[in-house]
Design a protein around this ligand. Structure first.
Ligand SMILES: C[S@@+](CC[C@H](N)C(=O)[O-])C[C@H]1O[C@@H](n2cnc3c(N)ncnc32)[C@H](O)[C@@H]1O
Length: 335
């Protein structure tokens, strides 16, 4: 008989377990489990309500308890606080749209990974609208990145003095809205593709009653004018791509800033060794496999070198990483 191996296979089985857990969560979301389980409910009543097999439903509920998504009270099941915070409608942190995007990435794309890897043709389906994607970005930011970034920005002297702020590729507009609320004489501008503005940004800005100081610029920053006279330009998760594209947009940003103005960018980077972080590596592989062949994320050093080439001097790099988003803020001054 072989002796016990020196290294245990835990990580391999954790990977497989993650996949199984994904399909259970996916089915629960598809069937509206968590909306029904806001109140304690038996698995039999749940199965009758959503039209599923009672025995399997009970086993699934027990698995969801083990996954931390439900609690068991006697014979009844009810949402855990994790589920109430992120998985039910009405919670300010509901991840409905983000999960729709993530589930589509797994079911419609990663399932074709082998084909992509072999160089075959993959049919990439996008089972969510531009609006749903933009709302997904808002939900992602609201998990902490938005609040922490706005706090850091609000403490910058440049922000306290600023009159004109641009959020380049600002999507939902929440950064511009939060900063306009924090600084009563600030005018903020959100530059976004016209279909994003029309389908989503406009409505969100109106919902917050900020249309007098949050201005929308429907434009493509790779082709169109981005405006001028900004004291601060902010770009969050919008400057990924090829080096030549980045250099060209950095030149535009430089020209759009007032003298002494700053660029604050918020992005994911690969480690210098390109061995991590895993979240960023998987996203890079996903994009390269299904969207842009040869898509590469920058390392921080590469990004800073591009900033230097376009006459920006980096003044600070702030680690913003949380488990779902390994971001860094780079604060650079126009010189
Ligand atoms: C990943 S989202 C980030 C949204 C938001 N900045 C945030 O951090 O939550 C990238 C955004 O950049 C916008 N974008 C990408 N390319 C653009 C371009 N060429 N012109 C204008 N907006 C662009 C996209 O429409 C999208 O809303």
């Amino acid at each position: 008989m072989e002796s016990i191996p020196e290294i245990l296979p835990d990580e391999i089985y954790r990977t497989i377990l993650h996949a199984e857990k994904f399909y259970i969560l996916d089915a629960a979301l598809e069937l509206g489990f968590f909306e029904k389980l806001k109140r304690p409910t038996s698995s039999r009543e749940l199965a009758t309500f959503i039209g599923t097999d009672p025995k399997l439903t009970e086993k699934m509920c027990d698995s969801l308890v083990a996954m931390g998504l439900l609690r068991k009270e006697g014979n009844l099941y009810v949402n855990s606080s994790l589920t109430d915070t992120y998985l039910v409608e009405g919670s300010p942190y509901c991840q409905k749209n983000l999960l729709k995007v993530e589930r589509s990435m797994i079911k419609d794309r990663w399932t074709q990974f082998l084909e992509a890897l072999r160089g075959g043709t993959v049919k990439v389906e996008r089972k969510y609208s531009v609006r749903e994607f933009t709302l997904a970005m808002a939900e992602s930011a609201l998990r902490g990145e938005l609040q922490r970034t706005v706090k850091i920005l609000s403490q910058l002297e440049e922000m306290k003095r600023a009159r004109k702020f641009l959020d380049l590729g600002g999507g939902h507009g929440l950064y511009a809205i939060a900063l306009a609320k924090a600084f009563p004489s600030l005018h903020t501008y959100v530059l976004e593709l016209p279909n994003v503005i029309e389908s989503t940004t406009k409505e969100i800005v109106d919902r917050y009653g900020m249309s007098d100081r949050v201005h929308l610029i429907p434009a493509d920053f790779t082709k169109d004018d981005i405006g001028s006279g900004y004291d601060v330009v902010f770009a969050s998760h919008s400057l990924y791509g090829k080096s030549d594209q980045l250099l060209s947009i950095l030149k535009k940003i430089h020209a759009s800033l007032n003298s002494g103005g700053i660029l604050v960018s918020n992005h994911w980077y690969l480690d210098e060794s390109r061995e991590g972080p895993l979240r960023a590596l998987l996203w890079e592989l996903h994009l390269a496999s299904f969207y842009h062949k040869g898509f590469d994320l920058f390392t921080l050093k590469e990004f800073i070198s591009h900033l230097n080439k376009t006459s920006f001097l980096v003044e600070d790099v702030v680690e913003m990483s949380q488990s779902d988003s390994p971001s860094k803020l780079v604060i650079a001054r126009r010189v």
